[in-house]
Design a protein around this ligand. Sequence first.
Ligand code: NAD
Ligand code: IPM
Ligand code: MN
Length: 366
Amino acid sequence: DRTYRIAVIPGDGIGTEVMPEGVRALHAAADVYGFELDLIELDWASAEHWKAHGTMMPEDWAEQLEAVDAIFFGAVGWPDVVPDHVSLWGSILQFRRVFDQYVNLRPVKLLKGVRSPLAGREPGEVDFYVVRENTEGEYSSVGGRMFEGTERETVIQETIMTRTGIDRVLRYAFDLAERRPAKKVTSATKSNGIAITMPYWDERVAAMSESYPDIDVDQFHIDILAANFVLHPDWFDVVVASNLFGDILSDLGPACVGTIGIAPSANINPEGTHPSLFEPVHGSAPDIAGQGIANPIGQIWSAALMLDHLGEAEAAAAIEEAFEAVVAAGDTRIVTPDLGGAGTTAGLGRAIADAINHPAVVRGRG
Ligand code: NAD
Ligand code: IPM
Ligand code: MN
């Protein structure tokens, strides 16, 4: 049965602006590739819900979402209304944990027609994945405040890494590298300074690499790795990192290839025991929200990752070809300001949907 039940959660800020363009791309792909969409739009995981109910989500959110094939998410966070740690721990971070979406897959690719801030880099030279551990590590709620209001005021927050938690994300990264021509895994740690958890991660990488003799394994401390993203982005194929390091690298990577506005992510539960979630890497961008100028490609590319996950590989590839062709054509009336143009969210979204419907026309133009 090729009917997909998808929860659509726009969230806050530009999440509500880019989501309609993600949905437009999904509908275009469904028309061309002949599958059906059953979209369930939900207005929770938003500051609006917080204002109305004092919670980010209804109590039965998990039951509601367990029933869908995938979750299509925009962005959440509106610090003027609700503190960020409250809104994020009340929404996206819950989805990742409760649904055991332990892989956060974030592609980094220099597209034709996009000017990278790195001089002299050509499309094709930079094309890798950040595989971010997504359920444990530095994002932990173990810890607390002590001696509050005194000079001894102290805060503690523990990093938690488990053998199962590390091994399962490493296995995903190594399996992904097996399917790629370069067959290379780069691991990000900081074992010189963070001398308990990080050396343990390194140990698990060494153990895992024994089962993958044909994979070339490399490791760096996070500081120099960040520098090498800028200096040698062509070195990377699959970069695997803890929750926090993966978070940082997955904004840095897209910045190196032009804009975080195009970066997508797949929060995956590989066993399929819970729904996976697809969202742009970026947040709600209060600084540009309401102007209609946010780049919708992060959302649209996330739609492609979602269709691929649902088994619609051809439709997924068609969406990617469509936005790549539109960006390559480089019409400054169409592309958004982060790509050097004067276009709008809706204008770019419509151009991409047209390209999905009429691939040959755009290819000719590109
Ligand atoms: P952000 O990603 O929202 O914005 C960072 C910068 O990138 C801003 O200058 C913004 O204008 C720009 N930008 C982001 N997306 C863009 C797009 N599609 N097109 C053009 N420019 C774009 O990060 P922030 O400012 O640190 O966070 C804002 C809010 O979003 C906070 O509440 C934060 O917690 C939240 N946030 C949520 C998610 C998520 O839902 N997964 C991710 C990151 C941040
Ligand atoms: C991301 C975001 C989130 C994270 C925030 C909003 C909690 O930055 O998805 O990258 O740190 O995971
Ligand atoms: Mn982030």
